[in-house]
Design a protein around this ligand. Sequence first.
Ligand SMILES: Cc1cc2nc3c(=O)[nH]c(=O)nc-3n(C[C@H](O)[C@H](O)[C@H](O)COP(=O)(O)OP(=O)(O)OC[C@H]3O[C@@H](n4cnc5c(N)ncnc54)[C@H](O)[C@@H]3O)c2cc1C
Length: 529
Amino acid sequence: MVSSIVEILGTVIDRERIADDLATRDHFSRDLFQSGSPPQCVVKPVSVDEVSAVLRVAHEHGLPVVPRGGGMSYTGGYVADNPNAIMMDLRDLNRVIKIDPVNRYVTVQAGCTWAQLREALADTGLRTPYWGPLSGLRATVGGTVSQNSVFFGSVRHGSAAESVLGLTMVLADGSLLKTGAGARACGVPFTRWGGPDLTGVFIGDTGSMGFKVEITLRLIPESEYVEYGSYAFPDFASMLNAQVGLVQAGLGVETFGIDAYKAKNSAQTGRKLSEATKTALGVVKSGKSLLAGLKNVAEMAMAGTSEVEVAPYSLHLTVEGRSQQDVVDQLAQVKAIVEGCRGTVIAPVIPKAMRGRPFPPLRSALGVDGQRWVPVHGIIPLGNVVQAVEEAEQLIASYSDDFERLGVLYSPLTTNVPNGVLFEPCFYWYDKVTSLHAEAIDETVAPAWLERPDRAEVREFVFKLWREVADVLAKHGAINFQIGRTYPYLEEVSAAYQNVLQSIKNAVDVKGIVNPGVLGLGRGAVARR
Ligand SMILES: Cc1cc2nc3c(=O)[nH]c(=O)nc-3n(C[C@H](O)[C@H](O)[C@H](O)COP(=O)(O)OP(=O)(O)OC[C@H]3O[C@@H](n4cnc5c(N)ncnc54)[C@H](O)[C@@H]3O)c2cc1C
């Protein structure tokens, strides 16, 4: 009798850790924006051996296998397009394996979230240089490193990739590969360097090159001296000019800009009593003393959120330094740059609240009124930021009739990164709230939201716009993280580059079973655009 794949998998992993019921398969068929074929089953390994064993089975049977972390992405990175796919949900592979304060590294399993990692490091006085995305309560270190990512710490320390010292990968045939100094005989994983950077091949790959099971990240001292700044701007171009100036001057640890719509949204979410209380408690903890913390809360309460809500655009930033004088000096330099770009100082309510509670429940996976939303993005070289954004906004404005007809709203977000600015046009609309959104927001979904009709035509419009905006930004040299099955990648690079990349893919996954389709791999050579 021929055994089903679920039966075969049941010989290598506890049967209770394999789900093939319709509801689970349906839940795992979509990310926060896109949907594909339900996988034939979802397995939830708890050990590296189990990941390896599942891959060996898949390899033997030539079945696609898709890695999934927290599931908090929207670029089709884990959305399988093959009904035979096996999905591996890695969230239970989540131990902090080793904190080495002497050699300054921490090793975690791939399913560890950024919130779990922060908690584990809380009493050490240490942190990773990049220390997580805003979705860090649910986003895993493995998923984030596979997407590459920016937010906490990334203006000064770079993207998630730049904090990685080494990886343990499980390759398509189930074999293990270590990278970085930890790969050497007697190796201590304290650095990524010492020869070609094999680690880099597996970062930002959206899971195309194998399964990350362990990640080693650098540790640095947590800064004792932290200050905050917020600034209002009359128009977008002025704020962008200030952002470029701040990156060029090397100021800020995390810096982001929003428009009035986002400011109102975050203020409304923050005003909910329970959330505000928890954030305030976080702000108390973030003060160097209880007194300093209480002063922060008092300032927040007095300043309210009105200034930021009325500003057409506002920029928010955190600085860290070696002394109080150092951070005060940095803020003075920031102020000079901002004022040179028509900006004015306002109360730093938002950055303080964010540091006070960096990984809140993901209520923001939906808009304030339960709207669906999706961000498009491009990371733009400094010299092209203002023009690229202007052209992208002209394109968006040319669709104003469709925005009106379909009820879509546009609101941008910008984040500073070393040598560039990340521009994220976000689109909001009313649509069906999926089981993944309901899971993500950590809150009871309002019954009215669940009754909203499915609006595939709006998602199609947003997707078309997504591609067009990404094309405009690419013409100005923008690159993308979170490539998944959405952003162009292979068609942007030369034939020689494609050959090398495909050869690497063949070396680690000869049958092409690991997350086929992401990065455009598996389609053969494509013409450069
Ligand atoms: C409210 C909200 C806020 C966000 N804030 C930010 C932000 O501040 N900065 C930012 O950059 N992004 C942000 N994001 C986007 C996203 O949450 C992050 O990129 C996050 O890092 C994704 O991690 P994840 O564990 O959920 O990955 P998943 O969505 O599960 O997976 C992402 C990709 O990685 C692959 N993958 C996952 N785990 C592994 C593994 N172990 N081995 C190999 N491949 C793997 C998957 O196949 C997929 O292609 C946000 C999203 C939301 C909804």
